[in-house]
Write a protein that binds this ligand. Structure first.
Ligand code: ATP
Ligand code: MG
Length: 584
């Protein structure tokens, strides 16, 4: 149980001043609180002995009043100190998690689902926050109040009576240690169930349109009900143990009262202690009830916090497979690309996705990649962008292995317009200058014009200030693609990759974009993949990928002279075009 606090040592050290203040205030409060029964006992003894005067009564009564005022001030102080700290640890860890997310590779995001990651950043962190305030508070309070009460019983009343009365306490230690361990394990299960439910909410809300189109709401709802039931069940398992913990405290308390009354009563009769002492003793036992109950609550808070902390640590322990080498090249990419991969398999896959892919792309040239869907085009880009490292072979840029570059240099030098493009929930302007926020409106417009989207943007209600993404206007697929192209162009990359990025625009727009790209990027490298032959036919070299290997290569002229997939596709698309024209 106390191992939980070990995990927080770094934070206690960081905030040692406010913790020292908070804990001292708590302890002083406990001491003042314990003095009350002794005062009452003294007054009763004066009363029985007939020595109680107004003066004595007023003295003790005003002391009680002063104590409560001081306690008020101290309680205010420790609350501010402890709860202030707890929000701080939550925000520190949340920032740490967030910056960790930004450093993770594709494999990580493939492994962990969005809802799960969000649960880590919200639910788990609040459990952790609880330990930093409520945990520390309960522990200090329980220990100080319990300790001082025991001390008072021992020294102010009767040591023998105290020892006999607390005989049942060890039962509690055994029970709570045992239950605590089990509660920890079950809390982990409960947090996991919540994570998975959270993921379901996230996915269903994001995919609600698709869900509705397929009329799958009912099925999804019943699947969701199962998830929530699972969360309930897992929490029930925790509550069952928690429910068993508190009554055991009651039993121990009951036993203690019985012993105190029996033994204490006989002590009063034999004159060993006074009646006032016995009354004070009994109210001390009453005061022990809270610290003991607090142990139950403490176990709960600590085990929940500790399970959450473990989950967050497990996540933070994830070692990305993509790491920079020591003293990496921090220079801008320049020169030819040489790609030579004998074999690459996705993690957890046994069969390679790529085999013997090699090409040499001179600076300033354009490469076209075509092939059936699923043949491996996007995978080639992932390797070039160093999303994955574990391939056999070598990829170099300007003669230097891409693994030797600083990741930042690599990512700055190569811009990709991904197949599934994503725009942020902000204005069109901010989306376009995302990779280069210093751009002026005029420069933003230049790139928008290059991507053939400028005119469209002007027609939006607020032009470049129009919000897009989840909160903004709905853009057509082609508009999104072109904004994504403008965003990639805006970083003036040494190498531009268009991964099927023109699929949603018509042939005319495609032609316009391609010809302006050709002019603008005359001395820079471009790689395009597409299903439409017209997108890549002007490339300096075209490679056809089939099932992860190169099946054909050459220029457009060379390839249509061969009997192969390329020629077939070309003829088919020409025919379609012709039919379309005739149809019109
Ligand atoms: P398309 O034209 O449809 O975009 P593609 O040529 O770009 O297809 P890739 O996306 O490279 O094809 O996929 C090649 C193969 O690798 C596919 O069989 C796909 O299922 C598999 N694949 C892609 N991404 C992963 C991944 N993260 N983990 C495991 N397998 C993957
Ligand atoms: Mg692809």
């Amino acid at each position: 149980m106390f191992n939980t606090f070990k995990k927080y040592t770094w934070f206690f050290k960081l905030r040692w001043k406010s913790y020292t203040f908070g804990v001292s205030a708590l302890i002083i409060c406990a001491i003042l609180q314990v003095l009350n029964p002794k005062i009452i006992g003294t007054i009763i003894d004066h009363f029985i002995g007939g020595t109680l005067s107004w003066k004595i009564l007023l003295f003790w009564a005003s002391l009680i009043l002063i104590f409560s005022l001081v306690m008020y001030a101290l309680r205010y102080g420790w609350r501010m100190a402890l709860f202030g700290n707890s929000t701080l640890i939550e925000s520190i860890l949340r920032n740490r998690l967030f910056s960790f997310f930004t450093r993770m590779d594709s494999e990580f995001f493939h492994k962990y689902r969005t809802g799960d990651l969000m649960a880590h950043a919200t639910n788990d962190l609040s459990a952790i926050r609880f330990v930093a305030a409520d945990g520390v508070l309960t522990l200090t309070d329980a220990l100080s109040l319990g300790g001082i009460t025991l001390f008072s019983m021992f020294f102010f009343i009767d040591w023998k009576l105290t020892l006999i009365a607390i005989l049942p306490f060890p039962i509690l230690i055994v029970v709570s240690t045992y239950l605590g361990k089990m509660i920890h394990a079950r809390y982990r299960g409960a947090l996991q169930a919540f994570s998975s439910m959270n993921d379901h909410v996230q996915e269903s809300v994001t995919g609600m349109k698709v869900l509705k189109t397929f009329g799958e709401e009912k099925e999804d709802l019943s699947a969701f009900k199962k998830e929530t039931q699972h969360v309930v069940d897992e929490n029930q398992r925790v509550y069952k143990l928690k429910a068993a913990l508190n009554p055991s405290i009651e039993i121990v308390m009951g036993l203690t009262y019985v012993i105190a009354l029996l033994v204490g009563g006989s002590y009063v009769q034999s004159g060993r202690i006074s009646i006032g002492d016995l009354v004070a003793f009994i109210s001390y036992i009453g005061m022990m009830q809270w610290p003991l109950l607090a142990v139950g609550g403490l176990i709960n808070t600590l085990e929940r916090g500790s399970a959450a902390y473990d989950r967050v640590e497990d996540l933070l322990d994830y070692a990305p497979s993509i790491v920079e080498q020591k003293n990496p090249y921090r220079r801008a990419l320049d020169g030819d690309i040489s790609f030579d991969v004998q074999s690459f398999a996705y993690p957890d896959d046994t069969e390679p996705t790529l085999t013997n892919i090699d090409f040499h792309l001179e600076k300033g040239k354009m490469l076209g990649l075509v092939g059936r869907t699923g043949s491996g085009k996007s995978t080639i880009y992932k390797l070039l962008l160093r999303d994955y490292d574990q391939y056999e072979g070598k990829i170099s840029y300007g003669g230097i292995d891409i693994k030797e570059y600083a990741l930042e240099s690599l990512k700055k030098g190569i811009a990709i317009v991904p197949q599934e493009n994503f725009l942020f929930s902000t204005t069109i302007r901010e989306n376009i200058r995302f990779g280069n926020p210093a751009l002026s409106q005029k420069e933003v417009e230049t790139y928008a014009k290059l991507a053939n989207i400028h005119e469209d943007i002007l027609e939006f209600p607020e032009g470049y200030d129009t919000e897009v993404g989840e909160r903004g206007v709905s853009l057509s697929g082609g508009q999104k693609q072109r904004i994504a192209i403008a965003r990639a162009l805006a970083v003036e990359p040494e190498c531009l990759i268009l991964d099927d990025s023109l699929s949603a625009v018509d042939a005319q727009t495609e032609e316009a974009i391609l010809s302006s790209l050709k002019q603008e990027r005359m001395h820079k490298t471009t790689i395009i993949s597409a299903h439409r032959i017209s997108s890549i036919m002007h490339a300096d070299e075209i490679i056809v990928i089939e099932k992860g290997s190169i099946s054909e290569r050459g220029t457009h002229q060379e390839l249509i002279g061969e009997e192969g997939w390329y020629n077939d596709m070309y003829q088919k698309q020409q025919l379609e075009k012709k039919l379309d024209r005739e149809g019109e």
